[in-house]
Every structure is written in C-alpha cells, then in structure tokens.
Design a protein around this ligand. Structure first.
Ligand SMILES: [Cu+2]
Length: 666
C-alpha cells in the first residue's frame, strides 16, 4: 500500500514537472467520468425531466446507477452502485453535512430543493472522492455559479399540482444581476396528503409538508476576485413514514457558507476557491399519530458541522491538476426517552448517538495528463486523518458494557487512490479505471446504541473497534455512435474487504419491544458487488427518437449470502417526440423478479413489475416572457407494486395526473 501511495505521488508530480517544457495547450473534457444531472427547471429540452418541479429525489432517480430507497413519499435515500449513505459521500457544493436521524429518515438530499441547486455531480466509486472518502462514490449537490450577467431583474413563478395525494407545489424566485453584484432569493413550498397505491389503496402516514428558502449573493472585489455568500433554510413538518413505526414532526436545516473565488487564465494557478461553512440540523421523531405503539418514545437528534475547503486548479501544458485541502468538525447527538404505558414506571432515557465528535482533515489531488489528441491518463489521490471522540461519559460507559477496553477517542488514517485511462475517437470512446479506497465507519456503525431497524426487525449496536472498510474497484465505460445509433455500456466491480454489516448476537437482549434480537456491527472478510448497464438510443428523425437501458446487479458476501438492497434486473424504454415548442414521451419502466434477495437481512422476494408513464410539455412566449407547461400521467395502468428498494414493501404511487407550470418574467 505504501508503495502504491509513493508511486502515485511521484506520478502526479513528476509528470507535471517534466511537462513544463512542452508547449501545446490542450483543452479537454476532464469530467467525462462523472455523470452530471442538470437541474434546469424552466427548460423544455431535457425530455427525461418530466416535471419542472420534481424534487431532488426524482432527479437523482433518473441517473443510471442511482436508486432511491423509499421509506415513504419524502426524503428518499440515494443508493449508488448498490451502496447507500454510509458508503457514499453526499455533499452540498463540497460542504460536508450529516443527517441527524439514527433511522436514516433524513438523507442530506432531503435538506435541499431544486431551487437551491444548479446541478448534481455523480462520481462512481473512487471517482467520487474529491470531497471525502467513500467506497460507493460521491454525490455533490452544486449551488448555482455567480451571476454577473448585468441582466437586471428576473422573476420566476412556479406552480404544480398532482392528483395523487392532492400534492401542491408553489415557488417564487427573484434574481437581480448586475456587473459587480448579484442577489438571488427563492422560496418553495410543498404539501402532500396521503398518496394512493394502485387500486385506490390509501397509504396511511405518507403525507408531508415542507418549505425551503435560500439566498445567494456575491460581489466582485476585482476583475479576478469575488466573494459569494449562501444561506439555505429548509423545514419539513408532519412527515409520515409509512414503512417505519415512527413519523417526523420536524426536520430542519440551516446551511450557510462564504466563498472566495479567484480566476486568472494567464497564471499558473488558473483558479482558486476557498470556502468556510457551517450547517446545523434538528430532527424530531414522533409517534403521537400512531394509534397503537407498545411504548411511546421521544427521539430527537442533532447534527452540527463546521468546515472549510481550499481548492486550486493548475493548468500547465498537458496537465490539469486539481488540489483540494479540506476539513470538518461534526457533532452528532441523538437521544431516546421511552414512556411506559404504566404511569408508575419511570421513563427510560439513553443516548442513541452519545455526542460523537468527528474531526477530519485531508488532501485530494487529481491530475489529468493528456497523452495526445485522443488519450488521457488521470490519477487521483486522497489522504486523510479521521478522529472520533465520544463526548458524553454516559455514552462511553454504556458502550464499555460491550467493549470494556475502548477509549473515548479513535483515530484512523484513510487512503483513496484511482487511475483511469480514457481513449476518445470520433465514433467511439472507452475508459478503463481501477481504484482503491477506504472509509471510516459511520456514527451509527461505530457508536449507535440500540438503534431499531424495522427492515430486519433487530436492534443494532455500534462497534467502536471496527477496522476501516476497504475496496478494490475496476470499472469500464464505453460508447459507440454511428449515424443515428448510440450504444453505451458502463460497468463496475467492487471487492470490498472488512465489509461492515450487522451480525446477530444472541447474548444481548433487544430494547425494542417485539424486536427479533440484537445485531452488532461487525465486518465480513469480504463482499463483492457488480453492476452493468447497457443503453442504446436511435434517432428516427430530427424530432422522433427512442432509447432504452437495461441493468444487472449482483452482490454477495464471503459467507455466500446475498447482500441486502441489491437491484434486480431492471429496464427502461422510452419513445419521445420533441420540437422547439412541444415534447411528448412515453415510458415503460420495470424490474425483474428479485430472486437473489437476502432473507438473512430481512428481505423477501419482490415480484417483477412494470409501469407506464406519459409526459407532455409545451413552451409559450408571451411578449418577452416565457411559460413552460409540463403535464402527464404517471403509472397509467394504476399498477399496485413495490420495488426491492421500498422499505418493508411499502407500495408505490398508483395512477397520478400532474401539471407543472413555470412562468419567467424578464
Ligand atoms: Cu428519524
């Protein structure tokens, strides 16, 4: 391993120094390996974007390798390469932010809305380590770029309605852009009642209500320097989780940042970006609306994060070097109070996350080295120092019941490394990559105390003695286009060592009434995950085209048991018609039978399903203003179904008619 690091460092820097003598400058697309989802809300052009007012979750679900794990109609959990939360780095514009729920009710993606963001960068596996260490990949939700357009005032009004769940959305944006100053502010409000699954089956506790407001402003300090400030406030209340035994009465986030930018084409350092940030999350679980629970519980959680990054790009000859030094300090605290039905019994209190402080600091370097017109070799490296501290003595003492030898502090060193080769010709391109990565256990995996998991019906206890999880990865991506036909393939293989997962411990009894028992986080020697997606598209004419994607995924542990939440065979086909002012698309989307389910981890066999959707869109120009209209029918045949990614087989939405309108006033 050490050798690998030394070689990679020498590769990054030696090539860079040697090449300073060469004279050609090559501009190329170095982000090829990243998937970018553009959240252009008021455009008609992106036909896969059905609704202008889709949630971030809806947008993410359209990406090839991403699936959303659903516990209800709100706050879905992204899964990339069949790996979720703890194996991914999800950041907001490079900022670390961590949910405050011990039951994963609040993935980071639930604290932002489309109005806050411009695009989403998805980096698969070790290509997603720019902002942190991960095994499965990184998702960076990016804020809008500075807007010094001198275009004056612009206003957008958005309204949406969906019949299923009586779902209403309203949004308003104001943007003022000058030469040296800009300010944008927006607000969005969403409210849905319970939705109906196919056959008019009402899904109780699937309602939600949320609003989100944000403000971004910036001014130029000089021609080359500018300062940006961004504040996002997001508040969800009365969120039901039909797949879980509890709901959420409040999920609140305040996300703030201040960024300094420098850009200069004529110096060695092309650009620099320095950000300091702070975010705070409050999450309050609630069971007061559930008619019969064995015991009433209060379960609030908090997560605060301070952090910074310093990023520079250096272009010299055939090299494009990106450096990123970052660090954060997070505090995660969660409590549980149980009130027995017998009022003479005392309430029971414990820390489910005993005030865990995480300190991380690391450096990332990536070099793209052009080997000629059509070939690029890239290498990236991330090194980091990671420390966990248990700040509550009661928490340390509780964990010492199971781990008598542990200390309040654990430190670890993390390494990630990857290299890719990209070959690009007129009719085809191919990229091959390998990588090695490590991640630290999450707060729940390391320090969780009797966290009930309704999926397998076990209480989980964290393990502070876990090793780093390590992954060796290989990936390939290839595209072929000829005339109007396009074929692409994308595949990854992960060999994961010390794969963290819960292990049944019969010596401990469960805290939750009715639970099957206790699982303690432990590690399998290894696990393997494989995925492959093939897509093809054909343009019959300028306005008429068809496309299709099929996917296959596989995941097994060393004990030869299937891993949980591995996507079965999946497909999506679409025919679309689009002109400048109108578009229409008919979709068929489905999964095969989930034959390789994991009964050991609480899964059962989810049957195959298929749903059909119809999406239509128009754009109208009224004087210099623009009106975008999107409307259609989802789940046309009103199928009653659930997928492998639906927690406890909670059925998805039945037939839904929707309309979204966006009006842009210049
Ligand atoms: Cu929660």
């Amino acid at each position: 391993m050490k050798k690998l690091i030394i070689y990679s460092i020498s590769f990054l820097f030696s090539g860079f120094l040697f090449a300073q003598k060469a004279e050609t400058t090559i501009k190329k697309d170095t982000t090829k390996l990243k998937e970018v989802i553009v959240l252009g809300r008021r455009k008609l052009s992106n036909y896969r974007q059905e609704k202008t007012l889709s949630s971030i979750d809806d947008f993410l679900e359209k990406a090839n390798k991403i699936t959303m794990v659903k516990r209800g109609n709100y706050a879905w959990e992204p899964s990339l390469n069949n790996m979720n939360s703890e194996r991914l780095t999800v950041t907001i514009d490079g900022m670390q932010i961590f949910g405050a729920c011990t039951d994963k009710m609040d993935p980071i993606t639930s604290y932002v809305d489309v109005s806050n963001l411009e695009k989403v960068h998805v980096g698969s596996g070790q290509q997603g380590t720019e902002n942190g260490h991960s095994v499965g990949g990184g998702i960076d939700l990016q804020l809008p770029a500075s807007k010094y357009y001198a275009s004056g005032l612009k206003t957008n009004v958005d309204l949406g309605y969906e019949t299923n769940g009586n779902y209403k959305t309203a949004g308003l944006d104001l943007e003022y852009s000058g030469n040296k100053f800009y300010i944008t502010t927006d607000g969005i409000y969403r409210k849905s009642d319970n939705y109906n699954a196919g056959g008019n089956e009402e899904i109780l506790y699937s309602q939600f209500e949320k609003y989100n407001i944000s403000l971004q402003t910036g001014f130029k300090l000089s021609e080359k320097e500018s300062l940006d400030a961004n504040v996002i406030y997001d508040r969800a209340t009365d969120v039901g989780y039909p797949a879980l035994p509890m709901d959420v009465s409040l999920a609140e986030a305040l996300i703030t940042s201040l960024t300094y930018n420098y850009a200069n084409d004529s110096t060695l350092i092309n650009s620099m970006e320095s950000k300091v940030y702070f975010n705070t999350i409050t999450h309050v679980m609630d069971d007061s609306k559930r008619p019969d629970v064995p015991i009433r519980m209060d379960m609030p959680g908090w997560s605060d994060t301070f952090g910074f990054y310093n990023k520079a790009t250096i272009k010299k000859n055939k090299h494009t070097l990106l450096l990123n030094i970052n660090g954060f300090y997070n505090r995660s605290l969660a409590e549980m109070t149980m009130y027995p039905n017998d009022p003479n019994q005392p309430a029971m209190f414990m820390y489910t996350w005993p005030d865990i402080r995480t300190l991380y600091t690391g450096i990332y370097a990536k070099d793209d080295f052009s080997l000629g017109k059509s070939k690029t070799l890239s290498a990236s490296l991330r090194l980091g120092y990671h420390q966990n501290n248990i700040a509550k003595d009661e928490g340390l003492e509780s964990l010492q019941i199971f781990y008598p030898d542990i200390d309040d502090t654990t430190s670890r060193f993390l390494t990630s490394f990857s290299t890719d080769y990209v070959y690009k010709k007129d009719h085809y391109d191919i990229s091959l990559g390998i990588g090695y990565g490590e991640r630290a256990p999450s707060v729940s995996e390391g320090y969780g105390f009797f966290l009930f998991n309704s999926f397998d019906n076990y209480d989980y206890i964290g393990n502070p003695t876990l090793e780093n999880e390590k992954s060796i990865e290989a990936n390939i991506k290839a595209n072929y286009h000829v005339n109007k036909l396009h074929i692409g393939i994308e595949s990854s293989y992960f060999h994961i060592m010390d794969y963290i997962i819960g292990d049944i411990d019969n010596t401990i009894s469960a805290m939750t009434i009715g639970a099957n028992g206790v699982r303690v986080y432990n590690a399998l020697n290894y696990a393997s995950i494989f995925d492959v997606y093939v897509n093809a598209s054909y343009e019959f004419s300028e306005s008429f085209s068809a496309n299709g994607t099929i996917g296959y995924n596989y995941g097994k542990g060393q004990n030869n048991k299937n891993l949980p939440l591995i996507k079965p065979f999946s497909y999506l086909t679409e025919v679309s018609y689009s002109t400048k002012k109108f578009n229409a698309a008919l979709q068929l989307e489905g999964n095969g039978n989930q034959s390789k389910y994991s009964s050991f981890y609480g899964e059962d066999e989810t049957p195959a399903y298929a749903v059909m959707n119809l999406n239509l869109g128009n754009v109208f120009y009224i004087k210099q203003n623009k009106l975008v209209l999107k409307y259609g029918i989802e789940n046309i045949l009103d199928a009653n179904y659930s997928t492998y990614a639906d927690w406890n087989n909670i059925p998805r939405q039945g037939r839904n008619f929707y309309i979204n309108t966006s009006y842009v006033i210049f």
